[in-house]
Design a protein around this ligand. Structure first.
Ligand code: FES
Length: 221
């Protein structure tokens, strides 16, 4: 699936929207309905609120489909200080931080971003990103994080910089970098410097990979 980026220029701030990446989380329409109104064309009015308010709402967009920029390039979104992964109920992994997503086959970069919604049902046509196929296929998973037996849930935030996400061919997402994993209820459930998360939908130890992708015949770049 290609990128379809729409640009909405305001006096102070310019909003961009990548339709191919949008998973309709609706943070924007709930947060600033005068700016983001899907009943209107164009649906984004970048002059209908302060730049600060627009920035705040855009940074809540989990997929990274919405972004902002200023004419003078003075301000741009900074990555979250802590890399986080939220395992959403029946849905994707919401990942935040200084993200670099690379192909495991050749190390080439798929994306560098601050936010991404990554498929964990195995059905997206836009892998590694979510395209809401989980809703069509009835993917049902509470977002419980039990974790490997040798890793205890931690209470203190982890520090660290970037998070490298490697797409293992026909296998999991390999994550390297200090990170925190939150369950579907928003509870900090795991933290550490490396792990492998299921993206085939078949693991019996979600969100972690347990090798079930082989039995399931999972095929992905
Ligand atoms: S990717 Fe799903 S079990 Fe490994």
């Amino acid at each position: 699936m290609g990128s379809r980026i729409h640009v909405y220029k305001g006096t102070t701030i310019t909003v961009t929207w990548d339709a191919a990446m949008c998973i309709h989380a609706a943070e924007c329409v709930r947060g600033l309905p005068k700016v983001f109104d899907t009943s209107r064309k164009p649906w984004v009015d970048a002059n209908a609120a302060s730049a600060t308010a627009i920035m705040g709402v855009i940074e809540r967009c989990p997929s990274g489909a919405l972004k902002y920029q200023f004419g003078n390039g003075a301000k741009s979104e900074r990555p979250a200080k802590t890399n986080t992964i939220t395992v959403t109920t029946d849905g994707p992994l919401h990942v935040r931080g200084e993200l670099e997503i690379v192909r495991g086959s050749d190390g080439s970069v798929v994306a560098k971003d601050t936010r991404a919604a990554l498929c964990r049902c195995g059905q997206s046509a836009n892998k590694p990103f979510c395209d809401r196929s989980h809703a069509k296929t009835g993917f049902s998973e509470l977002g419980v994080v039990t974790g490997p037996a040798d890793v205890k849930p931690a209470a203190e935030p982890a520090g660290g910089s970037g998070l490298r996400i490697t797409l293992r061919p026909n296998g999991p997402l390999r994550l390297d970098g200090e990170m925190q994993i939150f369950d579907g209820g928003g509870r900090l459930a795991w933290q550490g410097p490396e792990t492998a998360l299921c993206r085939c939908g078949a693991s019996k130890n979600k969100p972690f990979c347990d090798g079930s992708h082989r039995e399931a015949g999972f095929v992905a770049e």
